[in-house]
Design a binder for this molecule. Structure first.
Ligand code: ATP
Length: 395
């Protein structure tokens, strides 16, 4: 078959062994696909463009990465919010924080680590393992050999299913290694396909290989962003598909399944391109709103360095402001008070000491439905039940 073969194992179950990439015959790029690709390319270009005109783009990337990390961990129904993550960064001892906030913080660290490594290492299996190690260190799945490819058979399916009843059994370990070697070669091939098709193929193949006991979804999504940055399509890591994949989870899983069952690479590619377009549009819109907000608030306050800092860290204490601005505590307190009077900061504790302030207008941009506009009434948590999967592994 075009995408690979289901091979019966001596134990009785059937594992899927993917065919090497690129697909043979290659994906048919019909008129619809070419249109979708052109729309997605343009939207990505606009996103890259809008960030390049921001006075200090790195300030904004940080919020996108945090938001992505929250959404990414919520794909498996975890509970962190963006505010939890910011709170954690403010004070690691926050008592009421959900346990999985560590998972989100790891995601941010893994993203930054990977981007740093890409400066001197191509996207390869070694780097993928290093990213996985950082992603799972001390969190959900952390007991499952962070940084190591699996040494046993795993499977995907409804909670409690077995190898025999799994929705999907990835390749056995031996074939997994050959498939990974082929994927690595494919990652280095920047000539055969337009970059977005290349990303679509690489992501799906990675999920099919499922080379880790846990964390395959998170690493597979990071792969897309890393590929786009490495190929300099994006100059900053500003495309995150988690919100789209979460909102369309049932279709996402069905499209991956259709590649294996009927070799339908084309359907997957269209779905992926639609995601890139929608996510890029939404991110561009948010970047524009942030830019407008910044301009508006620049008029209201004198201390621009503090304003810049708030775009990076929208929950602050006076102590943090003092450290960042390198001024005395009373001076920092005075600036913060001015920002509160200007309606930019809001005190959240009600205490006299150890006060915390929140940059409400900025955070609300990330909380608004426009930021993740993909949730549809027909694709909610309940709806995903039929196809929701959980990875398992033999011991
Ligand atoms: N039927 C399926 N066929 C192929 N891949 C699937 C299927 N169902 C789920 N997947 C992939 O497996 C991923 C989940 O794998 P795993 O649990 O190892 O990753 P995770 O990072 O822990 O979870 P998540 O992606 O939910 O955050 C999904 O994100 C999806 O990419």
């Amino acid at each position: 078959m075009r995408a690979g073969q289901f091979i019966r194992q001596v134990e009785g179950y059937r594992a899927f062994v993917p065919a090497p990439l690129p697909p043979d015959p290659p994906p048919v790029l019909d008129a619809e696909t070419i249109n979708l690709m052109s729309r997605a390319d343009r939207a990505l270009g606009r996103l890259d463009g809008v960030t390049s005109i921001l006075p200090n783009p790195d300030l904004f990337v940080a919020m996108f990465v945090r938001q992505e990390a929250v959404l990414s961990s919520q794909i498996e129904g975890t509970q962190s919010t963006l505010e939890d993550v910011l709170q954690f960064e403010l004070d690691e001892k926050g008592a009421d924080l959900p346990k999985d906030v560590g998972e989100v913080v790891n995601y941010v660290n893994a993203m930054n680590f990977g981007l740093g490594r890409l400066k001197d290492l191509p996207l390869c299996l070694k780097l993928i393992r290093e990213i996985h190690e950082r992603l799972l260190r001390g969190v959900r799945g952390g007991e499952k050999t962070p940084g190591d490819f699996r040494r046993s058979q795993n499977w995907i399916g409804p909670a409690g299913c077995t190898l025999a009843t799994a929705a999907f059994v990835p390749p056995p370990v031996h074939q997994m290694h050959s498939a990974l070697d082929n994927l690595e070669k494919f990652l280095h091939d920047d000539e055969t396909f337009p970059v977005l098709i290349h990303c679509a193929l690489a992501h799906a193949q990675f999920e099919t290989i499922h080379p880790f006991i846990d964390g395959n979804g998170r690493v597979g999504r990071l792969l897309i962003t890393f590929l786009l940055c490495q190929r300099e399509i994006l100059h900053r890591p500003l495309l995150y598909l988690s919100s789209f994949l979460k909102a369309n989870r049932a279709e996402y899983y069905d499209r991956l399944t259709a590649i294996r069952q009927s070799g339908d690479w084309e359907g997957w590619i269209k779905f992926f391109l639609r995601g890139v377009f929608e996510v890029s549009q939404a991110a561009t819109e948010t970047a524009r709103k942030i830019l407008a907000l910044r301009e508006e608030h620049r008029q209201r306050v004198k201390h621009q360095a503090l304003l810049d800092y708030l775009f990076e860290q929208p929950l602050v204490s006076i102590h943090m402001v003092q450290q960042r601005l390198g001024c005395g505590f009373p001076t920092a307190g005075k600036y913060v008070e001015q920002f509160a009077e200007a309606g930019i900061l809001r005190e959240t504790t009600g205490f006299q000491r150890n006060r915390r302030y929140r940059y409400d207008p900025y955070l609300s941009l990330f909380e608004s439905p426009d930021f993740s506009p993909f949730t549809r009434p027909d694709v909610d948590e309940g709806d995903a039940q039929a196809t929701e999967t959980e990875a398992g592994h033999s011991t």
